[in-house]
Design a binder for this molecule. Structure first.
Ligand code: NAD
Ligand code: ZN
Length: 256
């Protein structure tokens, strides 16, 4: 594994642009349950059956109870060493040095809705699946389509209401079967034009996020995966490292 880490470090050192895609695994060490794997279930419901517009349409209270439980869990969690390393890199505390420009542009795309990257101080962050701390109007009233922040735990009302039209509010997250916001998709695709693309703690099966590493590779990026387990991306990347992001990223940072 040391040789592989050294190889990634060398590639980052020579890079002008580094893009990092993160998924639920990066927050696992902070105590945020992932969807797949242990601890993913809540009252015997699968996330795939709750995080959909259909589920919300059928039973908004049930879906909100699940989100309220997740908000409560996440409220007690802190960013871990992996979030901290990425935040430092994004702030230009430079990993490696490009002899050409002396600068490295770091972009971070996360599928996580927990905002732990934000709390770690990450810059240049695209939250393609939104935030569990933001709400929007379920009915889509004009003012309520712009998400608003509500970090109260517990929420004042369950289910919460839209302050603009009085209708139902929903979590401002992207559910299964929903499209990403155009500007997020564009930013994520732009970020695939990079020299090094790291995919960290994602099961690599939820599209379009799962396609980004392939797109980066197609455009010539050096690609690496950090995950506890083998994923569908493992065989497609240049280097796949098996281990916890909270262990591997600090080790990688030490090599730069
Ligand atoms: N923290 C969060 O905000 C959160 C939590 C659960 C699910 N989600 C949502 O679930 C969807 C599911 O996709 P996903 O791929 O992000 O999550 P996922 O739950 O499908 O997969 C998690 C992946 O992380 C890996 N993993 C677990 N612990 C790890 C560790 N310590 N270090 C490195 N890897 C580790 C697992 O092997 C697995 O491949 C996303 O759209 C996301 O919005 C978000
Ligand atoms: Zn509304």
């Amino acid at each position: 594994m040391n040789d592989e880490l050294t190889l990634i470090a060398e590639r980052i050192t020579g890079a002008r642009r580094l893009t990092i895609l993160t998924g639920a695994g990066i927050s696992a060490a902070s105590g945020v349950p992932t969807f797949r794997g242990e601890g993913g279930l809540w009252r015997q419901y699968r996330p795939e059956d709750l995080a959909t517009p259909d589920a919300f349409g059928r039973d908004p209270r049930l879906v909100w109870e699940w989100y309220a439980w997740r908000r409560e869990t996440i409220a007690g969690c802190q960013p871990n060493a992996a979030h901290d390393v990425i935040a430092r890199w994004s702030a230009g505390v430079r990993p490696g040095s490009d002899p050409g420009t002396g600068r490295l542009k770091v972009g971070v795309i996360t599928q996580n809705v927990d905002d732990l990257h934000l709390r770690a101080g990450t810059r240049n962050l695209v939250r393609i699946h939104g935030s569990i701390w933001e709400l929007s109007c379920w009915d889509g009233c004009p003012a309520g389509t712009t998400p608003w922040r509500d970090e109260r735990v517990p929420l004042a009302d369950l289910p919460p209401r839209c302050p603009h039209c009085g209708g139902l509010a929903r979590p401002a997250v992207v559910w299964f079967g929903e499209a990403l916001r155009d500007e997020h998709l564009r930013a994520a695709l732009d970020a695939t034009a990079c020299d090094v693309f790291l995919t960290v703690g994602t099961s690599a099966i939820v599209y379009p996020a799962a396609g980004l590493v392939h797109e980066a590779r197609r455009q010539g990026a050096f690609t690496a995966e950090i995950n506890l387990e083998e994923t569908p991306a493992s065989t497609a990347v240049d280097v796949a490292i098996h281990g916890g992001a909270e262990v591997i990223l600090p080790r990688l940072a030490d090599l730069l």
